[in-house]
Design a protein around this ligand. Structure first.
Ligand code: MG
Length: 160
């Protein structure tokens, strides 16, 4: 087998009155993420990790925020398109590990749903998709509730 590893990072600003999408799941909240798409910052980091493993640039390069085509788009569609690229080159996902830094609301009740949603699109079992959430103990822009920060790491593999 041949292996590649990729990492992705993304940040979105939080604003009152927007829907909050994270890891393919809508989180009950009075605020959400400012974005050209639906603002699913976890999926964006995951897309960048996959693209990084393949050295294919980043999500902004693939889906420009200047294009109306991607305005308000469900980020699950973006991840599906990235996975089409991954598969077309003969790769499959080994595992993914995602860390979400968000002060509020608490994400623990939604982790299982996120893992399931992401595993479905990645085409792997839920046991290969880790989603972890942390606050930053009220420190920095995350701690002040101004934004959400996500890191993602993926391993992809293909037969030689
Ligand atoms: Mg983004």
């Amino acid at each position: 087998m041949e292996y590649r590893i990729g990492q992705g990072y993304d940040v979105h600003q939080i604003r009152e009155g927007l829907p909050m999408w994270l890891g393919g799941v809508q989180i009950p909240s009075t605020s959400g993420f400012v974005a050209h798409s639906d603002g699913d910052v976890a999926i964006h980091a995951l897309c960048d990790a996959l693209l990084g493993a393949l050295a294919l640039g980043d999500i902004g390069h693939l889906f420009p925020d200047t294009s109306d085509e991607w305005k308000g788009i469900d980020s699950k569609i973006l991840l599906t398109k990235v996975m089409e690229k991954v598969r077309s080159l003969g790769w499959q996902v080994g595992n993914a590990d995602i860390t979400i830094a968000l002060q509020a609301p608490k994400l623990a009740p939604h982790i299982a749903a996120m893992r399931e949603a992401l595993a479905g699109i990645l085409g792997v079992g839920v046991d290969r998709v880790s989603v972890k959430a942390t606050t930053t103990e009220h420190l920095g822009f995350v701690g002040r509730g101004e934004g959400c920060e996500v890191w993602a790491v993926v391993l992809i593999c293909r037969s030689l």
